[in-house]
Design a protein around this ligand. Structure first.
Ligand code: SF4
Ligand code: SF4
Length: 510
């Protein structure tokens, strides 16, 4: 391992080698690593695959039903069946897209050699990780969202390491923290030395838990210069004559595309769109030149950079329009349950004096036309101020003298669990990496842990696995129960037993 500085950083983002091929997530992870490398830190991105990714279709379906209701689940199934032909075609598109994005990741991003599958994997390896890295940095993007699932949330809250420098850069919550999870957030966040979030809404949400308002910093993609991104951009093989409109929408194509088509006809200008349009639907959009769904991040950047106008519902669509100084409209979420997702776009636009560029109804474009009038000189100045502020905060947090807010636990081992609470499960004994725990019989005849404080390194792993400190969540216990049906084949046993004779049968093996 060649070190460019004496600080080695483990960066935890929303991507892994084979996980998350969203342009925004990949480019923001690249940006933060690139920024740190250019400031002479050694940095690796944790190759983490969240537990939720490994869940079976059955487990994922159960999660949707539990969180959104059975009606919502049925509606989703119905929608999938309706577009089954498109889904099949999209799968073949996905293969090409994934190959290109994986190639981009392997050529530009340095991941940890080991791949971690789920939180328990991180816990098992935490001693090694602590030996290899000085600083654990999490961010950016929606790393602290509830949809990550409780165990993945613990991973992104850096619960797998103790007594080490922890920093969050521009992390995002983007939805309300439920009361049931507030203690989990507090427990882990209070061990952070420095916390920054990406938007005002996340700061307000975390203030409710932490009791103080974290710093708001810009998305890592905005830390890099326009020139740096231009070097990365690469022409697409798909050709289009300029001028053209670049449409980048992940959620509202049904509303946005018909409007862009109308405007493009009126102004005699073609457009490219992220999502492919299949079969007869193509007839409705004759001015749509092609879909860039199968392009890699470099081509995505190039197509946006070369466009004459951007229409986007994506936060990173807005960010790259600003970086490449392309006039744009940002289309906001209209659904009530998604309105909070708009916070990140609105917050950034307000700071840059561009709030008027965002609206909810795409038909607004018909009224305004493709208005290119943006004072980029003024935007550049405001952006520079935001960049300087975020950069100085991050560098101060990494190596400077910002006062740490961390409350590091003192008794960080199972010695704090009283024998009246201990279940004698041996989990702490089994996980201790330095064999500092011995299980001894108490006066009452139960096994309880005895910690050798001299050998203990205070890593906190035993507390992480202790069911007294972390009672299993309902999710863990009930997400995918295995159900067996059995009865005794012995008639007498079966008739005389209320359990169909299964208990006496099992008891013979105990
Ligand atoms: S006893 Fe000490 S060294 Fe062992 S797992 Fe607990 S905190 Fe870590
Ligand atoms: S993990 Fe907790 S409950 Fe289990 S033996 Fe250790 S202290 Fe007791």
């Amino acid at each position: 391992m060649i070190s460019l500085s004496n600080k080695k950083i483990l960066l935890i983002t929303l991507i892994g080698r084979n996980f998350n091929n969203n342009y925004g997530a990949v480019l923001q992870a690249f940006a933060l690593q690139d920024f740190l490398l250019s400031n002479r830190f050694y940095v690796e991105i944790l190759d983490y695959e969240p537990e939720i990714e490994r869940a079976s279709v059955f487990e994922k379906s159960l999660k949707v039903i539990r969180e959104k209701g059975f009606g919502f689940f049925l509606l989703k199934i119905f929608q999938k069946i309706k577009v089954i032909g498109e889904e099949i075609l999209l799968n073949s598109y996905n293969q090409v897209r994934n190959q290109k994005i994986s190639a981009f990741k392997s050529s530009t991003i340095l991941f940890t050699e080991k791949r971690y599958s789920g939180y328990d994997d991180l816990i098992r390896d935490s001693t090694e990780l602590l030996k290899s890295f000085d600083i654990f940095l999490v961010g950016s993007d929606q790393v602290w969202n509830m949809w990550n699932g409780e165990k993945d949330l613990r991973a992104y809250l850096l619960g797998f390491v103790k007594n080490v420098k922890k920093i969050s850069y521009a992390s995002s919550v983007s939805s309300e923290i439920p009361e049931t999870l507030a203690n989990l957030y507090l427990k882990h966040l209070r061990e952070f030395d420095y916390i920054s979030v990406r938007e005002e809404e996340s700061a307000q949400e975390l203030e409710k838990v932490l009791g103080y308002k974290p710093k708001v910093n810009i998305d890592p993609t905005l830390l890099l210069t326009k020139e740096r991104w231009e070097v990365l951009a690469q022409p697409s093989n798909q050709l289009i004559e300029k001028p053209y409109v670049f449409v980048y929408d992940l959620y509202r194509s049904k509303d946005i595309l018909p409007v862009v088509e109308k405007v493009s006809r009126k102004q005699g200008i073609k457009y490219v769109n992220y999502q492919p349009v299949f079969f007869l639907k193509k007839i409705r959009f004759p001015n749509l030149k092609f879909s860039y769904y199968t392009e890699g991040p470099r081509e995505f950047l190039w197509l946006l950079k070369e466009s004459s106008f951007v229409v986007t519902s994506s936060f990173h669509g807005v960010v790259f329009s600003i970086i490449f100084e392309r006039p744009f409209y940002a289309i906001l979420w209209d659904k009530k349950d998604r309105i909070k997702q708009n916070g990140r776009i609105i917050d950034l636009l307000e700071k840059l004096g561009l709030r008027g560029r965002a609206f909810t109804d795409p038909k607004e474009i018909l009224k305004r036309g493709l208005d290119e009038n943006i004072d980029w000189g003024r935007i550049r100045e405001k952006l520079k101020e935001l960049q300087e502020d975020s950069i100085s905060w991050l560098l101060e947090a990494l190596v400077g003298n910002l006062p740490s807010r961390a409350i590091k636990p003192k008794n960080n081992n199972v010695a704090i669990i009283g024998k009246q609470d201990c279940t004698g499960c041996f989990a702490c004994y089994n996980i201790c990496p330095v064999d500092a725990i011995e299980m001894a019989l108490s006066d009452e005849g139960f096994y309880v842990p005895r910690v050798n404080e001299t050998a203990c390194t205070n890593c906190g792993l035993c507390l992480e696995v202790c069911p007294v400190v972390n009672p299993p969540s309902l999710d863990d216990r009930f997400s995918a129960p295995k159900v067996y049906v059995a009865w005794s084949l012995d008639d007498v046993t079966r008739i005389n037993s209320s359990s169909g004779g299964i208990y006496p049968e099992l008891a013979r093996f105990v």
